[in-house]
Ligand binder design. Structure first.
Ligand SMILES: Cc1cc2nc3c(=O)[nH]c(=O)nc-3n(C[C@H](O)[C@H](O)[C@H](O)COP(=O)(O)O)c2cc1C
Length: 258
């Protein structure tokens, strides 16, 4: 009986059963913690884009300093409430996939290759002591070489000067397109301008290095070497989200104080 086939099978079964219980329990009990970590990672990227992230303080406390609003893309207005939505948890990317809360992007205009756009965007506003706008953070996304890059860009009080750019998810190759996460490259964005004097989107990731003598230096960022396709994807992303389908009308409204 000691070495019987039945005994071997029984022991294997009991071991497998106990292991599966442990794995299932861990998966279920850790799910909330994983969701919280994911949310906090996104929040820390928003804070980093705005240049106000302190790794020694709880993310949630820092994040609470930001005011959140919806952007109604059809009117460009900033609004506090939308029926059926909760602003504090609203994720524009998630809602860009919901039929009643999104619209298909006309392929002629879909330079960022997002296919469908949420009806309501989201803006994070950091106010100064006089309750004026100090910075805003806006979600951006667009296709690179291997997939969509998801991130946040921050603009200063003039709503044109870039304060920071952070990506929280992408599929680009480490060392090539993945250099979008390189702090040196991200630093190149600081101080660059989105719109030119005619209010056209001019920001561009060029191929190679920007010449110090370039008259349009304010609108140009060095390309990622060996990753022209990712670089081009980021240019297209900026042109889409700061163009007429994206934040342009809302930013004009904010600039005019409405
Ligand atoms: C395995 C592999 C991974 C690559 N990953 C990227 C990438 O993430 N982003 C990118 O733009 N190009 C990537 N490339 C290179 C592109 O195919 C293309 O050659 C490049 O974008 C051209 O840029 P360049 O003109 O600066 O060399 C990769 C190529 C290979 C073979």
């Amino acid at each position: 009986m000691k070495d019987s086939v039945l005994r071997t099978l029984l022991v294997s079964f009991v071991v497998c059963f106990i292991c599966s219980l442990v794995v299932s329990y861990s998966a279920v009990s850790l799910r909330d913690a994983q969701e919280t970590n994911k949310l906090n990672d996104k929040r820390s990227k928003i804070l980093q884009a705005a240049g106000i992230f302190n790794p020694n303080l709880p993310v949630e406390d820092q994040f609470n300093k930001l005011e959140q609003k919806y952007i109604d893309f059809s009117s460009g207005l900033l609004i506090d409430e939308v029926d059926g939505l909760d602003l504090s948890t609203y994720d524009p990317v998630e809602f860009s996939k919901k039929i009643n809360f999104s619209k298909a992007v006309n392929p002629d205009q879909d330079i960022a290759i997002i296919k469908s756009q949420e009806l309501y965007g989201k803006i994070y506003i950091l106010r100064d002591q006089d309750q004026g706008i100090d910075k805003v953070v806006l979600p951006v996304r667009g296709y690179g070489l291997w997939g969509t890059l998801f991130g946040f860009i921050s603009l200063g009080a003039d709503l044109n000067t870039i304060e920071g750019l952070e990506f929280y998810e992408h599929k680009e190759t480490p060392g090539l397109g993945g250099e979008v996460d390189n702090p040196n490259w991200k630093n190149l964005w600081k101080g660059k301008k989105i719109y030119d004097l005619r209010n056209l989107v001019e920001i561009e990731v060029i191929k190679g290095k920007v010449s110090q003598n370039d008259l349009n230096i304010a609108y140009k960022v060095d390309g990622l070497s060996g990753a022209t396709l990712t670089s081009r994807g980021i240019t297209n992303m900026m042109h889409y989200w700061f163009g007429d389908n994206g934040y342009k009308t809302a930013l004009e409204g904010l600039k005019n104080g409405s």
